[in-house]
Design a protein around this ligand. Structure first.
Ligand code: SAM
Length: 240
């Protein structure tokens, strides 16, 4: 389940990441690919830093997708598509990627729910297949919640995670946003080195995961990330 998905694009895995460099480009760097090599959509991510990403050999099977947004956008409306396309950097790879992502989302539309995540999340999680692992994906959304709303959202996820297995993955700046940040949106304390980095480099996305398995809750900060996935910097394993 992706909440605040814009037009439903956040509920999709790109079918390939870090594709092979085109022949003859002379790249010496190591390229690794995940997902369907035949996919028309790929997202290239530069991996930075000293730690290799923990990439799966195959992507998980997704049985359902639900997008939640207070203002969901309808990709099948040409005016909405044109407006979104105008927001994309006018550079050929970005324009092509958006066009292919829109094609993919339109040919397999996900269910979209209009509403505030705090109001609709419990009902949607409650209606999910009991045998499936619910994955709440949040990219640059909960960071904008007020402290009260963020606290309420965390409590709702905790309550849902006490009832069934669930994962909340977020890609959001630390909160409160800016130099006084102390925590991930997941409520995990950021280690001192990360806080120093946040004050020095300015705001960046932090990829974090809260996992609820058989009622046991575990949190992990996994990586730093560009908000548009241009780069990813895996962090050393740390459970909080
Ligand atoms: C900064 S955009 C992020 C969009 C996308 N996830 C991304 O990473 O590019 C924030 C999105 O959150 C939605 N939003 C804001 N508050 C929300 C709330 N309380 N519940 C659900 N969606 C919300 C907005 O409508 C908007 O689509």
């Amino acid at each position: 389940m992706a909440f605040a998905t814009d037009p439903g694009l956040a509920g999709w895995f790109p079918r390939a990441a870090e594709p092979q460099p085109p022949p003859g480009t002379g790249f010496a760097a190591e390229y690794r690919q995940v997902g369907d090599p035949g996919s028309r959509l790929s997202i290239e991510v530069e991996v930075r830093g000293e730690h290799a990403p923990d990439l799966p050999s195959a992507l998980p099977a997704i049985v359902d997708r639900v997008g939640i947004d207070t203002e969901p956008l309808d990709l099948s409306d040409p005016a909405v598509r044109a407006w979104l396309a105008a927001c994309i950097p006018q550079e050929i790879t970005a324009v092509t990627r958006f066009a292919r992502a829109a094609e993919m989302a339109m040919s397999h539309p996900a269910r979209t729910v209009r509403g505030d995540a705090c109001d609709v999340l419990p009902g949607i999680v409650g209606g999910c297949d009991p045998g499936a692992l619910v994955c709440v994906v949040d990219s640059y959304v909960s960071v904008f919640f007020s402290p009260d709303t963020l606290g309420r959202f965390r409590a709702l996820v905790d309550a849902a995670g006490a009832e069934r297995d669930l994962v909340w993955i977020s890609v959001d700046p630390l909160v409160p946003m800016g130099k006084d940040a102390t925590h991930s949106v997941l409520g995990l304390p950021a280690p001192p080195a990360l806080l120093r980095r946040n004050r020095r480099d300015g705001v960046f996305g932090v990829v974090g995961r809260l996992t609820y398995r058989r009622g046991r809750r575990e949190g992990e900060l996994l990586a730093l990330a560009h908000p548009g996935a241009t780069w990813l910097e895996p962090m050393p394993a740390q459970h909080v």
